[in-house]
Design a protein around this ligand. Structure first.
Ligand code: FE2
Ligand code: FE2
Length: 262
């Protein structure tokens, strides 16, 4: 994967509802300038009302300066997204959903002559048992390897073991793989021996006085009663979680740091 010069990638953890969109809107341009960011990837699976993302949510994030929106298990929860999911190339959904599903699971984006491939995959442990994310990566890698200078993966998964295993599996092939979905940032960011940047989960963008972005009282009621309830998006103590990765001219990660912005 020979590329021409270094690229600074910012990856933003699951944006939860209006609280997440508002804090991102107020801070993103500043973060981009201070950290000399070239390319922004944001997980938007919870951006609209805390569950899924609407076309309006997609355009709002893109207008803030996000280049690519990745998603996850909530992508299908609001059917409005189907209006744009086939045509909006800046929006991707987990690639290992069965073939007949709408939308795309990866895409190659041009940045100053550099081809950046972003792949979205989803785990299967304690989640819907969709196609194998490991074999799906192999298949995509075969297709994009000669075209892409940089390969970035958002692995949307629950189990730390599955995330660690996929990290090792793609080491030396992907430039960087970061986890999403748990909404809790892990402190295990590292560069694997083959040069792949890795972190188990980059965290969440939304209210931190919450239970993973949703109203804490709603969540407590849910655990106490064990009945289905409608969660409200939390508002208190908003912040941004993510990572910044510097990708080298040879397509490997030179540096990976966690971002916590309040
Ligand atoms: Fe999420
Ligand atoms: Fe998720």
């Amino acid at each position: 994967m020979p590329s021409k010069h270094k690229v600074r990638i910012l990856a933003i953890g699951d944006i939860v509802g209006r609280t997440g969109r508002n804090i991102l809107s107020s801070k993103l341009q500043g973060i981009i300038e201070i950290n000399k960011i070239d390319f922004v990837i944001a997980n938007g699976e919870n951006a609209s009302g805390g569950i899924s993302i609407t076309p309006e949510g997609v355009y709002e994030l893109l207008s803030m300066g996000v280049n690519v929106i990745t998603t996850g298990n909530h992508i299908w929860d609001k059917s409005d997204i189907l209006k744009i999911i086939d045509d909006e190339k800046s929006l991707i959904r987990p690639a290992n959903f069965p073939e007949s599903n709408r939308g795309r699971g990866f895409n190659i984006y041009k940045y100053r002559g550099i081809n950046i491939c972003v792949i979205n995959l989803q785990g299967r442990v304690h989640m819907t048992p969709i196609d194998c994310p490991f074999r799906k990566f192999d298949q995509i890698y075969e297709e994009v390897n000669t075209k892409a200078d940089i390969i970035i993966i958002d692995f949307h998964a629950e189990a730390t073991s599955e995330k660690k295993a996929l990290g090792w599996y793609v080491d030396g092939r992907a430039s960087c793989i970061f986890g999403t979905h748990t909404h809790v940032q892990t402190s295990d960011e590292t560069i694997l021996p083959g040069g792949t940047g890795y972190i188990t989960d980059i965290g969440m963008t939304g209210a931190f006085d919450s239970v993973i972005g949703m109203d804490k009282d709603d969540s407590i009621v849910k655990f106490l009663t064990q009945t289905k309830i409608k969660y409200r998006v939390a508002k208190g103590n908003p912040g941004i979680n993510g990572i910044i990765a510097t990708i080298n001219g040879n397509g490997t990660t030179e540096n990976i740091t966690r971002l916590i912005e309040k």
